[in-house]
Structure formats: C-alpha cells, structure tokens
Design a protein. Structure first.
Lengths: 131, 127
C-alpha cells in the first residue's frame, strides 16, 4: 500500500540537501546511540547475565574479553551511548510537553545534551577506575 | 474520499486512533530504562569490586534481582519499538518489512526470556 500511490511521486529531501545544524546532529546521534545500544548493549547485557548464571569460568572469559583494549573500547562506547541517549532522551521529554522549541533555546540544548553525555561518561569511568 | 494518491484515499477519515500507542509505550519504557539502568550504573559504582562472587551475591538479592528483570523487560521493549521505527523508515518492501519486524519480535521476546531466566536462576540460588 505504501508503494501504490507513491510511484513517480517526488521524494522528500534527505540528509544531503539540509545545512547541518546542532538540532539535526542531536537527532541523528539519538538514533545512532539508541540503535547501537539495541545491538551491542543488549547483546553484552545478555552475555553478562548468561555468564553470571553460567558460572565462574564463563564469567572469567567475559572479564578477560572486556578488560582487553578492544573490550574497554566497547564498554566505554556503550556507556557513552547510554549517557548520550539519556541526555537527548531527557531533551525529548521536555520537547514532548511543548517546551524548548524557541530557536535559541532549542539550539542551546542541542549543543548541551551531547556534551553532558560525554561529561557523564567521563565521570562514570573516573569514579569506577579511581575508587 | 478519492482513490488516487495515498493521501487522497485517507483524507477526511480522521486519525487511525491507534497511532499514539507506540509513541506512549516508547515514553513509558524510556522512564523504565532511565530508572533501571541508572540503578545498575550506581550499583556498579558502589560494589567493592566486580568479581564473580561479589556480583553474584549482589544480583541474587531481592531488590537487585527484581530491578534487573525489569531492566531486561524495559530495555528490550524500548529497543523493539525503536528498531521497528528504524525498519519502517528504511525497509520499504512490504515482505522484507514484515520479515524484519517478525524477526525483531522474536529476538526481543527471546532476549527478555533469556535475561529473566538467568536472573531468576541466580536469585533462586542455582549457582
């Protein structure tokens, strides 16, 4: 059905036609971090729970993989994706009530949200590694 | 109501009345994710170490066990709705779209079942 009436219809403009701005960036980042976590994050969550239920050997393998350099890249990446998605998700809650659509306010929070995501990630790892 | 373009066929019929369901569920599960994943993040920071014995002792306790089961449900549900939007945006062929969403539902339900099973097994002491 979606195809029936849309043949030979003009396509809506996509990425290449718009001038990049922070609003576009934060929207794309929200989708990328969300979908990234849906695959990598949830897979790791199940591996972690499965390894705990599986016993010490299974957990030792997980620990060995995740404390290697590629392992840390994955863990830092997932934690960054979580905090970034969380900040832009909180922004969505504000937009959902109809607030924050004024041009300047919207632009400001589009810039602030990804920065807060990075800061939260740094704070999380600093506390974890320096405790 | 015409029979020409897609918009022409539906003009005047009003809303579908069901469209807001996924949108609301995405928000409800987002609140669930916020609470449960922050609980996990703070727990990870508060645990003395992340050794097998420490983590198993933690997850077998009633509150962490319940929150971890809720975490699995809410994150997989949220991911299921989010990935469905991705499929609907980029997979336009009807058969492929149906196959993707069917696979997505199977994967999400399997993930929830496996995650919950692992936590219940640990909480009931089978380790």
């Amino acid at each position: 059905m979606a195809k029936d009436g849309t043949r030979n219809r003009p396509l809506s403009p996509h990425l290449q036609i718009w001038r990049w701005g922070p609003h576009m960036f934060v929207s794309i980042l929200h989708r990328v971090t969300g979908d990234g976590m849906a695959f990598a994050g949830l897979a790791l969550l199940l591996w972690w729970l499965g390894a705990l239920a599986g016993g010490p050997e299974a957990y030792a393998l997980l620990t060995k993989c995740m404390t290697s350099i590629p392992g840390y890249v994955v863990l830092v990446g997932i934690s960054w994706a979580f905090f970034t998605h969380m900040m832009s998700g909180l922004r969505h809650f504000v937009l959902d009530v109809g607030a924050g659509f004024e041009l300047k306010t919207n632009k400001t929070w589009s810039i602030v949200c990804p920065i807060l995501g990075v800061l939260a990630t740094v704070a999380f790892w600093a506390i974890l590694l320096l405790r | 109501m015409g029979n020409g373009t897609s918009i022409g066929r539906v003009r005047g019929l009003g809303s579908a009345k069901t469209g807001v369901h996924h949108w609301l569920l995405q928000r409800f599960t987002a609140i669930g994710n916020l609470l449960s994943v922050l609980f996990l993040a703070v727990s990870i920071l508060l645990l003395p170490d992340l050794s097998y014995a420490t983590v198993v002792e933690w997850i077998a306790r009633p509150v962490p066990a319940v929150v971890m089961i809720l975490l699995v449900v809410t994150t997989f549900w949220h991911a299921r709705i989010g990935l469905q939007v991705l499929v609907e945006d980029y997979v336009h062929d009807h058969a492929n779209k149906f196959a993707c969403i069917a696979a997505l539902n199977l994967a999400a339900c399997s993930g929830i079942a496996f995650g919950a099973f692992c936590v219940i097994r640990l909480a009931l002491g089978a380790h």
